[in-house]
Ligand binder design. Structure first.
Ligand SMILES: [Zn+2]
Length: 258
């Protein structure tokens, strides 16, 4: 029997028979793992709320062989993120984030940068330090950590600069065509301002997001591009909302699609 100690963030769970659950966790050192937790549905079980969605905990995992499931032997809460679970809008945003991570990651491929990224984005949601740009910020950095960062510095066909007429994003190439090469393309259009916003979001620290002042149109262009790109990469449509960065509480209020 091998023993592993790592920190992890709970991405979700699945009920098994009796009081047992399968828990999906993004760990700091081992990537995404799935572990069985015995007795987790009984009242006053030994795990407390450590295995609730979004919980950040210190884990002791056991496994007999590499082809068998982990068994979660111990889970101690480092930060519960309980307040996220008590707020419908925060739950919705955090759930969308963990579902994207589940969809984009394979099991047991270490990605400590992605782990840290999820942790700071959950902290931002909890502290309401979450201007409406947080979803796009989260997603762009997620794409970077899983190897699909969009290439926006030049046209992927003619290698020329993008120019003032904007460009269109080609999901199959993960890059953009300049206005001349992409003429007539049905792919989503990105204005120069939207391209600059993406490049800014990829470089910026989360703490400076609230200082960015894009137009609503630029934000929607970025969101639409990410939606099309995700559909292509995952070969399925995920539930998507448009987030308005200019909602009064600087939070994550949605707008219906115009
Ligand atoms: Zn071109």
């Amino acid at each position: 029997m091998s023993q592993f100690k790592t920190d992890g963030i709970v991405l979700g769970s699945l009920r098994l028979t009796g009081a047992d659950k399968l828990i999906t966790i993004l760990t700091r050192n081992m990537g995404k793992i799935v572990g069985a937790a015995a007795g987790v549905r009984r009242l006053r079980n030994r795990f407390g709320s450590a295995l609730e969605p979004f919980s950040y905990c210190r884990l002791v995992l056991l496994r007999k062989r590499a082809d068998l499931l982990f068994r979660i032997n111990q889970a101690d809460i480092l930060h519960s993120f309980q307040s996220i679970r008590e707020n419908m809008e925060q739950v919705e945003l955090a759930s969308w984030m963990v579902n994207l991570i589940k969809a984009f990651t394979a099991e047991e491929i270490p990605n400590p940068g992605l782990f840290q990224h999820l942790l700071i984005c959950l902290e931002a949601i909890e502290k309401k330090n979450a201007p409406g740009l947080l979803p796009a910020y989260f997603e762009l950095h997620l794409l970077k950590y899983v190897g699909y960062q969009p290439k926006l510095d030049r046209c992927i066909k003619c290698q020329g600069p993008l120019g003032k007429d904007g460009c269109c994003f080609l999901p199959s190439a993960g890059g953009v065509l300049c206005a001349r090469c992409g003429d007539g393309s049905p792919e989503p259009l990105l204005s120069p301002g939207a391209v600059a916003l993406i490049q800014h979001l990829l470089k910026a620290d989360l703490s400076v997001l609230s200082r960015l002042k894009p137009s609503l149109r630029q934000v929607y262009e970025v969101q639409d591009m990410l939606k099309v790109y995700d559909h292509y990469l995952l070969e399925k449509k995920l539930h998507y909302r448009r987030y308005n960065p200019f909602s009064p509480d600087d939070s994550v209020r949605s707008l219906s699609k115009p």
